[in-house]
Ligand binder design. Structure first.
Ligand SMILES: *Cc1c(COP(=O)(O)O)cnc(C)c1O
Length: 426
């Protein structure tokens, strides 16, 4: 498709039917694909021709939806995964191996923090976490000869910190490694990290991209511009022959598609984590309205954040769209049209006050989820982090009174009225 607006890509990107073909993207619910002769199939196995042979590697429904997401992010190629966790794992593991090291912002999703801090070390990949507020010198001091990537989230879950993509990209490039950015909360509607210098973008498509809580999924998008060959010593997996494909070299054979082809041909082949075509179909239905839903989430969240800020029963509100937020200036730079629908706040009182408030909500449901069309809340101290003492909660940077609110796309007056009646009960 020619370069068109994001709105149009949301609706029509990825799948352009030919004469007489279905208007909606077909769900190719098949594990396998048939060929007339052995030679044709052999060429597919050797990556000499592109085509489908087994859904663990590639499937037409998945590919069409991946193409839409690649277009939305302005990337060279995208690969869908079966979860956001798999996307972040693959994004890193595609260029790391035992003995590698990465640097990640410490303001990231808990699942990713665990993946990098606990699970990757078991595979021999170490991670140094740095504060997004660290100085350039402090960040560069964390770099080692074996550092292979930098990582951060455009808007962190749940801290709502805005990542200085341009600065981290400059630092990563100064030491010859790519910057990977998890763009789940901002979505390409509000920020396109590749335009700010990021090299690889990841998503939990489970969140706004789907938007209706129907499927768990992820995506890895390659900008296609990082110079792997210029740093060949660091990325031999991409720049030297792959014995599992008769000595093919990804950068030579596939150019700007090298990273994405390797991720599919090696990681998907050996580790799986492919989404089902049915799930990709559902994801695509969500994407068709992403450009309409995201601004509504942001408008509603800003109204709710302002309402909470003005209420005397509320102790504090953290939303990067508020002018007095510590990341407001950063949000203005990277997210001028709005940030996301997720905010956190605390009530004056104790844990019991927060519980009473949440239990009194009617429209807003209690759910372990964010970025859904329906408004929902979570109280980490009572739910995701309930095993921790008040002391441990503080160490983990989670205030005992922190309530995470994911503002949906209902009418904002109704959302605020629900909050008000719950506040009246505490
Ligand atoms: C939810 C989330 C993930 C993990 O995604 P899953 O689809 O739940 O595996 C990763 N990053 C961010 C920012 C998230 O919000």
């Amino acid at each position: 498709m020619e370069k068109v607006s994001l709105d149009t890509i949301c609706v029509q990107g990825g799948w352009q039917p030919k004469n007489g073909e279905p208007r909606q993207i077909p769900i190719i619910q098949s594990t396998t694909f048939k060929y007339e002769n052995t030679e044709e199939m052999a060429q597919l196995f050797d990556l000499e021709k592109s085509g489908y042979f087994y859904t663990r590697l590639q499937n037409p429904t998945n590919d069409a939806v991946a193409a839409k997401i690649a277009a939305l992010e302005g990337g060279a190629a995208a690969v869908l995964t079966s979860s956001g966790q798999a996307a972040n794992f693959y994004a890193v593991f595609n260029i790391c191996e035992a003995g590698s090291h990465i640097i990640a912002s410490n303001e990231i999703y808990g699942g990713t923090y665990n993946l990098f801090g606990v699970t990757l070390p078991k595979l021999g990949i170490e991670c140094t976490f740095v504060s997004p507020d660290a100085t350039d010198d402090e960040i560069l001091a964390a770099v080692r000869p074996n550092t292979r990537a930098f990582f951060g989230e455009t808007i962190s879950n749940p801290g709502c910190r805005v990542f200085d993509i341009e600065r981290f990209a400059r630092l990563a490039h100064s030491v010859g490694v790519p910057l990977i950015v998890d763009n789940t909360f901002a979505t390409p509607i509000n920020c396109r990290p590749l335009e700010w210098g990021a090299d690889i973008v990841t998503h939990s498509t489970t969140k706004y991209m789907d938007g209706h809580a129907t499927q768990v999924g992820g995506a890895v998008i390659d900008g296609g511009k990082f110079g792997w060959d210029a740093h060949s010593d660091k990325f031999p997996g991409l720049t030297t022959p792959d014995a599992s494909y008769h000595g093919l070299t990804y950068t030579k054979a596939f150019g700007s598609m090298a990273y994405a082809v390797k991720l599919t041909a090696q990681l998907m082949r050996d580790l799986g984590s492919t989404p089902s075509p049915q799930n990709s179909f559902l994801l695509n239905l969500g994407l068709e309205t992403l450009h309409l839903r995201v601004p509504r989430h942001c408008d509603n969240a800003l109204k709710v954040a302002r309402y909470l800020s003005a209420d005397s029963r509320v102790a504090w509100v953290n939303y990067c769209g508020l002018t007095d937020n510590r990341d407001y200036a950063m949000a203005q730079k990277y997210l001028p049209n709005g940030s996301c629908g997720v905010l956190s706040f605390g009530l004056k009182g104790d844990r019991a006050t927060a519980v009473k408030f949440m239990d009194s909500l009617r429209l807003i449901s209690i759910a372990t989820h964010v970025a859904d069309a329906r408004s929902c809340v979570l109280h980490p101290a009572s739910h995701t982090h309930r095993q921790l003492s008040e002391e441990q909660l503080k160490e983990a940077g989670i205030a005992p009174d922190l309530i995470r609110l994911s503002v949906g796309i209902e009418n904002s007056d109704d959302i605020i009225a629900d909050i008000e009646q719950a506040l009246d009960k505490i």
